[in-house]
Write a protein that binds this ligand. Structure first.
Ligand SMILES: NC(=O)c1ccc[n+]([C@@H]2O[C@H](COP(=O)([O-])OP(=O)(O)OC[C@H]3O[C@@H](n4cnc5c(N)ncnc54)[C@H](OP(=O)(O)O)[C@@H]3O)[C@@H](O)[C@H]2O)c1
Length: 302
């Protein structure tokens, strides 16, 4: 049984990779900044904790001891390249046998989309390192829609600048399952896998799937890029994230997420989950809390 280090283990993807490995009978080592964030989830010694921070070289080095394989992910942001390159350098020194890196479809050094540029630069460092590695390149996450779920719940409208384009959006559960399989696989894998959903769908179809799952009416408003721009700018997001999101919808409008790949099936042995499955699991996020019942007048008997 190999020893696995999971970075980003409190994040959307990393936490699910950890869960999938535990379910497969592996006791992964989780690299985390704050162990209390794991307490509610992992009990009974099912995981090992390596406390550390990507900015603390010694902690990264210590986390590598005895590790055969790594799942590499980090938060998006200006420090991403430095953070992941610190892990790659320490892994090389420790002689780690495989790095499975969560990248992104359209990753490319010099991309005007910040996250695609960061991933492209990290991919290049990984290639130069000569270490065995597997790149996972997911399309647009269905789970991005959870960011706007409260607004959808409140208004019954889902809005995005898609130009009616189709996209083979992927469920984060499938990204994690693919990563867990890539980490554990005994056979030699390809250098890179595109990860998508099983079908290419419009946002109007996604809105319909959420409407079916929530038994509510949800209208999709396809915005023009000009209508959407002030929404991205006014959402209180870091400027790189506004650029990334509006750029990602531009890629979508150009058909850049339309192609369906077989990466999830190749890695996990089963079909990627459909939008309807994702909508059922997340239905509650798109439903408004019922208003609290008004206080009842107290009745005195006798
Ligand atoms: N959204 C999409 O459509 C899409 C599509 C393709 C690819 N991707 C890629 O998917 C990845 C996102 O994964 P995700 O959603 O799992 O990310 P996430 O939820 O933001 O998780 C980030 C993780 O990194 C950890 N972290 C941050 N700074 C750290 C530090 N200094 N030291 C140690 N750990 C640190 C966080 O720990 P704390 O809990 O301590 O903060 C957290 O566990 C990104 O690389 C993104 O580019 C996204």
């Amino acid at each position: 049984m190999c020893t696995v280090l999971i970075t980003g283990a409190t994040g959307n993807v990393g936490s699910r990779v950890a869960a999938d490995l535990v379910a497969a009978g592996v006791r992964p080592r989780l690299f985390v900044r704050d162990a209390t964030r794991l307490m509610h989830r992992w009990q009974g010694g099912s995981v090992e904790v390596a406390l550390g921070d990507f900015d603390d070289e010694e902690s990264v080095e210590a986390a590598m001891r005895g590790i055969d394989r790594i799942f590499l992910t980090s938060a998006d942001g200006p420090d991403k390249v430095a953070h992941e390159c610190a892990v790659i350098a320490a892994a090389k020194r420790a002689g780690v046998g495989r790095i499975v890196k969560l990248s992104a479809m359209h990753a490319r050094t010099g991309s005007p989309l910040p996250a695609f540029d960061w991933h492209g630069r990290i991919e290049a460092v990984l290639a130069d390192s000569g270490m065995p590695h597997v790149l996972l390149r997911p399309a647009f996450f269905l789970d991005n829609l959870l960011m706007v779920a409260p607004g959808v719940a409140a208004t019954g409208h889902l809005a995005a600048p898609t130009g009616g384009a189709r996209a083979a959006m992927v469920d984060v559960r499938d990204v994690a399952a693919s990563a867990a399989s890539a980490v554990l696989a005994n056979q030699v894998l390809r250098d890179s896998y595109d990860l998508t959903g099983p079908e290419s769908v419009t946002f109007a179809q996604v809105a319909d799937a959420i409407a079916t799952a929530t038994k509510q009416t949800i209208v999709f408003d396809d915005l023009t890029p000009e209508e959407a721009a002030p929404r991205f700018a006014g959402a209180g997001l870091p400027s790189w994230l506004g650029t990334q999101l509006s750029g990602a919808f531009g890629v979508m409008r150009d058909g850049g997420f339309d192609a369906v790949s077989d990466g999830v099936r190749e890695l996990t042995g089963r079909r990627a989950r459909a939008v309807s499955s994702w909508a059922r699991v997340h239905a509650a996020a798109f439903v408004s809390e019922p208003a609290p019942a008004p206080p009842q007048p107290s009745v005195r008997l006798g």
